[in-house]
Design a protein around this ligand. Structure first.
Ligand code: AMP
Ligand code: MG
Length: 486
């Protein structure tokens, strides 16, 4: 194994040229310390288990040093926030370091929280320990749940004070993804009518991340359809585990269909289709049940951005091009519906397909909503309900209605469904109160709970050693609020 300092740091994004980014050094954390590392991520990179102790890694991943070949840069993008055009945004506190040639393909590395960039607007370029712990843990938890996501390699911290609602301390998360390109990157160049740059970006993205689209009659249409399908798969995953992203602005939407930018996300405790996890989202634009519709809306914004890549020289040509793009976005609907039904069948332990499956799934969710039954625990207990129905019944107010539903379910479910259901209905998800416990300990300088939780969350389908990790939230968790402040 070469020393990590001797790695190559290819940077294919940098080849796009200076319209797309600004090169600048990080502003490192003063007197940094490790908070946590993810062994699964190191493995993904093909790095040795002791990588964090080698070659000045702490300096690199707190933004104080670079390994030779790293070329830090911040990219420019724009986007729609809460349904309105927000203008230029960009990496206000993220820095791309370059790529690692990992065993399964190249992975971009990004520092988040390593200082101001030309895109910071009026903000400080920092990330606080609280939200960084949430991003670090949830990235790895989602990966273990099988949900497409950016990953988090490590987390460093410092005593550097950072002002939010109160004074907190600074941290840096290192994220990994095959690409951090967002819908907003395309929107940026379309909005500013930089057609050359838009064309280059599309060509670059297709060449490196969607090569199968290159030979399509219209690569931009093929790309949009691919993104629509991947986004449908992603949101079906989210819905099936009760995950709310919280800020589904187009600048937070990954062109690879990854969960990206963990902020005020939340896993639902009591099931409520209208659940709003982000305290700053007063109208509930990003409520749980609205996520599929918002993804669809966001895909239309992407379609609009790709339109100039198609023939638009006459009104007629433009209209026809628009229709081809809209047809590509439409692919979202069918795919989302079939993915969602497939996931619900698996959650209910149904093999094969029956016309009544959709209604069976919908009716269980309705009963859960009527009782505000805990999302994760309901499905976990349902997994064992063929042999032990009582713990499930305890969660419901209208037991007769549940019993009637269970009779329908028993008539449909395979008798050996339990093991399969336990493998898709997680025992442990990153509930806000679990994250909060790790945050409060870390704010006192004790990082053991972060690492312990990471370990538990990396095996979400196992019943945890400590039953509290899979239990209903305590009463104090009702008062927890997460907002865009991070
Ligand atoms: P978000 O709502 O976190 O997706 O961020 C929206 C935009 O604000 C992006 O351009 C971010 O880079 C930027 N941003 C958010 N927080 C900060 C911060 N503390 N410093 C600089 N830029 C930030
Ligand atoms: Mg963002």
């Amino acid at each position: 194994m070469k020393p990590l300092d001797g790695l190559h740091w290819p940077n294919r994004f940098a080849a796009l040229g200076s319209d797309f980014y600004t090169e600048l050094p990080a502003q490192g954390l003063p007197d940094p310390h490790w908070v946590a590392t993810s062994p699964a991520c190191a493995e993904l990179l093909g790095w040795p288990a002791d990588w964090a102790a080698r070659d000045g890694a702490l300096g690199v991943f707190s933004g104080n040093a670079t390994w030779s070949g790293m070329r830090p840069l911040a990219s420019v993008y724009s986007g729609h926030q809460f349904g309105v055009w927000a203008g230029q945004l960009g990496d206000g506190r993220a820095l791309w370091l370059g790529e690692v040639d990992a065993p399964a393909g190249p992975l971009e590395l990004q520092l988040k929280g390593a200082g101001m960039t030309p895109y910071s607007r009026r903000a400080d370029g920092r990330a606080v320990l609280r939200s960084s712990i949430r991003e670090f843990l949830c990235s790895e938890a989602m990966a273990a749940l099988g949900v497409p996501t950016t990953r988090a390699l490590c987390l460093t911290g410092s005593r550097l004070p950072v002002r939010r609602e109160s004074i907190e301390t600074a941290a840096v998360v290192t994220r990994l993804a095959p690409s951090f390109i967002r819908f907003g990157h395309f929107e940026h160049f379309a909005h500013h009518e930089q057609l050359d740059a838009l064309r280059r970006l599309a060509g670059w993205f297709i060449a490196h991340h969607a090569p199968e689209c290159a030979d399509a009659p219209e690569p931009a249409v093929a790309l949009l359809e691919k993104v629509a399908l991947q986004t449908a798969d992603l949101v079906a995953h989210w819905q099936a585990i009760g995950f709310c992203h919280g800020v589904m602005n187009t600048d937070n939407m990954s062109m690879l269909g990854l969960t990206l930018d963990y902020g005020p996300f939340g896993f639902m405790d009591a099931f409520d289709p209208g659940h709003i996890c982000n305290h700053s989202d007063d109208r509930g634009r990003y409520a749980y049940a609205r996520q599929p519709g918002v993804a669809f809306w966001n895909l239309h914004a992407l379609a609009q951005a790709l339109l100039p890549l198609l023939p638009i020289d006459t009104d007629q040509a433009a209209e026809a091009s628009g229709e081809r793009l809209l047809a590509a976005v439409e692919a979202f609907r069918g795919r989302f519906a079939s993915q969602m039904l497939g996931r619900m069948r698996a959650k209910l332990g149904l093999t094969g397909e029956d016309d009544g499956d959709q209604a069976l799934a919908d009716d269980f969710l309705k009963l859960m909503a009527a009782s505000r039954a805990d999302f994760t625990i309901s499905f976990r207990r349902l997994s064992r309900a063929l042999s032990h129905p009582e713990p499930l019944r305890d969660l419901f107010v209208d037991r007769d209605a549940l019993d009637a539903w269970l009779a329908r379910w028993r008539a449909r479910v395979a008798p050996d469904a339990e093991a399969r259901m336990l493998a898709v209905n997680p025992a442990v998800v990153l509930r806000n109160h679990l994250a909060e416990g790790a945050i409060q300990a870390a704010q006192q300088g004790d990082f053991t709970e972060v690492s312990r939780l990471l370990k538990v969350l990396s095996r979400p389908f196992d019943d945890p050693e400590n039953p509290h990790d899979a239990a209903l939230p305590p009463d104090w968790a009702q008062g927890l609020e997460v907002s865009c402040s991070s």
